[in-house]
Design a binder for this molecule. Sequence first.
Ligand code: HMG
Length: 396
Amino acid sequence: MPTDPTEVTAGIHDLSFATTSLCLTHEELARHTGAPVAKYHHGIGQTSMSIPTEDEDIVTLAADAAAPIVERHGSDRIRTILFATETGIDQSKAAGVYVHSLLGLSPHIRVVELKQACYGATAALQLACALVRTDPAQEVLVLASDIARYDLDSPGEATQGAAAAAMLITAAPGLLELGTPSGLFTRDIMDFWRPNYRTTALVDGKASLDAYLDAVDGAWLDYRARGGLPFEKLRTVCYHQPFTRIAHKAHRRLERAEGLTSTVQAIDEAIAPTTTYNQVIGNSYTASMYLALAALLDSDADLGGDDIGLFSYGSGSVAEFFTGRVGPAYRAHLRADAHRAQIARREPISYAAYRDLHTRALPVDGTPHEVGRRTLGRYRLAGIRDHQRQYRATRP
Ligand code: HMG
């Protein structure tokens, strides 16, 4: 009998993230920039940021994030991998194909890459849910992997970071059942972009903040106009967090749209459980909002049955406000210890070491290049040969 897609649930059954092996603390950064460290800790809400080793990239991070999901659930039902990134490594080949190979998955899977700045993973999630609603027997692996890089000595430098989130999307989601409708908001604006010839982003910092907050209004009003839940029904909201202080500003903006005026402390309390991972990892572009979700789910809060809001923003710009209902037994699906271990194992580096890594670049002329083993992760970029990236597992 044909399935009515509107009757099939879909959402996130498992969520796992990985980050890099190194980090730079904002205390160390402040010693170089001369900025008061309070500007970083309180003004933007960041205490450290993940820095990749030379042998870590979006593929190794995504494979590291996805491997525990495949180990826990097997891969027999995965029919699609959607890889969202704005740190693409090839203009043609999808980065997810390398991950597919590293994880040893069946050839009977479609793999594709998606891009719209930090919003890409939300497009992937919605497409994944649509696929699962059409055929509830299949599962989709959504990967969001990015390395946020700004110029040295620029204001954006303090908002770098790197991570990958992997999500298994199924018709019986243990963690979060996605709700409808979505509120959408698209506007052509040059707030942040990275032309093909650059390895660092260009950004108009102040304009990007205004664009982000205007998109909060735009997406929320569309969400409500389409019959979305009223604000007071939401337990909290996970925002895209290029730096965590922006979640406070965004929450205030949403409240204002509803005619509410909570105290600074009340807003901080509402969003605090969503910021714990991002404040030490930094911006991870496509993965950022999903790290906010992971932090909330991994927190002490009892969320079973609660509706939570999600605000996804990608510069340029596209935004979406949507909701999800936390599963009654969601705690059985968490990976809180593994997530905390990912963060705890990072080695803090000096500003000089960070600067050295930032200025190093892989050859762009096809010269054979070997990369020494440095990562603490399971997969590494071993080098480039014949214009081809060589990936290896670090353990048998
Ligand atoms: P800046 O000029 O270095 O910082 O740039 P500032 O002077 O605006 O200060 C930042 C905050 O610290 C301010 O708070 C200060 O008051 C406060 P606010 O007034 O805004 O509430 N401050 C202090 N607080 C306590 N003690 C002190 C102190 N001093 C100052 N002593 C900026 C900051 C975020 C603009 C910069 O880091 C930047 O350009 N970052 C990159 C762009 C960005 O993250 N934009 C966010 C929206 S766009 C987005 O989210 C998309 C994105 O993820 C990309 C994508 O979609 O792909 C970026």
